[in-house]
Design a protein around this ligand. Structure first.
Ligand code: FAD
Length: 422
């Protein structure tokens, strides 16, 4: 092993999603003894079924000054991008209050500035891990297209484009013929497109995470299938991780359990307002039409991505917590919406060509993840709460976590992501 000048630790990474696998991979590169603990299949949490976008342009927080006013309209429209299970509302209320508070203009500007370096050149940030795994075929930089049905819809996103311009994110506006020639698969009901040329995507998020985990194991990392129950400490010193399969010795750890991370942070003195925005996808195998690049229907708020397995349409936000069963109608609506964007698609598909999925975005009310040291145990680092951008942010987050464990200054300012910011 190369001498990295870093004191070698035994690091347990909790959670085998995009964030955990990226963190484990960078920690291994630093020469640590790393064990990645996952209770289910690697990459089968939120990281399984997302839209695959690696978008530096996704710096616009979910809560903005105009968001609240749109909520009633969203909730009344069965095809709208938002739904709430009303019995979950009392549990969600404190999170919602913080969400609304986070939407003040000065806060939104600060959130966008904080997200900018974490999402910067997301495709390029993934490359070292992807190349090491021999999986270059899994990520591409073909750009990302946001499309609108009307000038009014486009104008409604003016703040988002202002934030992008302020943060140096380039885009090009395409109108009518220019748009339809650029992407012939879409309906001519869409009049305006915004092309982000620097954005990338993966053609299979699950295979990406699994392939990186295989490379991690090949390079000397350990994969352990177990359910983590808690930490064993002596004061501020970590001694190990308690799992359903026994104690795992560790003198450092990373909490990357996605939407399930809240209880781990609470046990280390950090009461973070983590909840989940549930999302859905439908995947059509052998679709009649396939776009060349991911397309965000910015009017209906879902993304259609050309995957190696077919056409995936992903999106929607559902507040219903971690325990309620999926509402598959939310997924089927995505096909209804998808047919407006791609008139070539069929109204129905046989089971073997149509799959549906639901997953739990790990969501913070201010759209910023939690990346930083645990209050009661400085050798435990948090890396969760990435909401809508966890795949795009995973590589840079993984590197930042490795920096924290090594005692190196991270490449971007982690102060806005502090667990103690609330
Ligand atoms: C519909 C949809 C579309 C999306 N589109 C995009 C997109 O285009 N681009 C983008 O960047 N992001 C997107 N996202 C968000 C992205 O998927 C998430 O932010 C990201 O996957 C979070 O990764 P994670 O590793 O934190 O969580 P996860 O992938 O959920 O991983 C956490 C892991 O921790 C494990 N775990 C939990 N508790 C324990 C325990 N006690 N013991 C052991 N293991 C445990 C879980 O089993 C899980 O595998 C989308 C999300 C959804 C739902």
């Amino acid at each position: 092993m190369a001498d990295t000048g870093i004191s070698r630790r035994t690091v347990a990474v909790i959670g085998g999603g995009a964030i955990g696998v990226a963190a484990a991979s960078f920690l291994l590169r630093d020469g640590h003894d790393v064990v990645l603990i996952e209770r289910g299949g690697i990459g089968e949490g939120a990281s399984f079924g997302n839209a695959g976008c690696l978008n530096p342009s996704s710096i616009v927080p979910m809560s903005t000054p105009g968001t609240l006013a749109k909520v009633p309209g969203y909730l009344l429209d069965p095809l709208g991008p938002l739904s709430i299970k009303w019995s979950y509302l009392p549990t969600l209320a404190p999170w919602l209050i913080r969400f609304v508070q986070a939407g003040r203009l000065d806060k939104v500007e600060a959130q966008a500035r904080a997200l900018r370096p974490m999402l910067d050149d997301s495709y390029g940030a993934w490359l070292p891990l992807v190349r090491n795994a021999g999986a270059d075929d899994l990520i591409h930089r073909h750009g990302h297209l946001a499309v609108y049905r009307s000038q009014a819809d486009f104008d409604g996103d003016a703040l988002g484009y202002r934030l992008r311009r302020d943060n140096g994110i380039a885009y090009e506006v395409l109108r009518d013929d220019e748009l339809w020639q650029f992407e012939p698969s879409i309906s001519h009901d869409y009049k305006i497109g915004v092309l982000f040329q620097q954005n990338g995507h993966t053609v299979n998020p699950n295979r990406l995470v699994r392939t990186l985990a295989e490379a991690f194991e090949r390079d000397g990392g350990r994969l352990l299938r177990a359910e983590v129950r808690g930490f064993v400490r002596e004061g501020a010193t970590l001694k190990g991780i308690e799992t359903d399969g026994g104690l795992v010795a560790a003198d450092a750890a990373v909490v990357a359990a996605g939407a399930h991370s809240k209880k781990f942070a609470a046990s280390l003195g950090d009461n973070v307002p983590l909840d989940t925005e549930r999302g859905y996808h439908v995947l059509i195998r052998d679709p009649e039409t396939l776009p060349r690049l991911p397309i965000l229907d910015a009017s209906a708020k879902f993304v259609s991505t050309p995957m190696e397995t077919g056409l995936r349409m992903a999106g929607t936000v559902e507040f219903a917590g971690l325990d309620a069963p999926p509402n598959w109608q939310r997924a089927d609506y995505l096909l209804t919406l998808g047919r407006r964007l791609f008139p070539g698609l069929a109204a129905n598909y046989p089971q073997e060509r149509y799959t549906r999925w639901m997953g739990f975005r790990p969501s913070m009310p201010d759209s910023l993840p939690v990346i930083g040291r645990a209050s009661l145990c400085p050798h435990v680092a948090y890396a969760f709460g990435h909401g809508h951008v966890g795949l795009a942010a995973a590589a840079r987050t993984g590197q930042a976590v490795a920096d924290l464990i090594a005692g190196r200054p991270p490449a971007f300012d982690l102060a806005p992501f502090a667990p103690t910011r609330f």
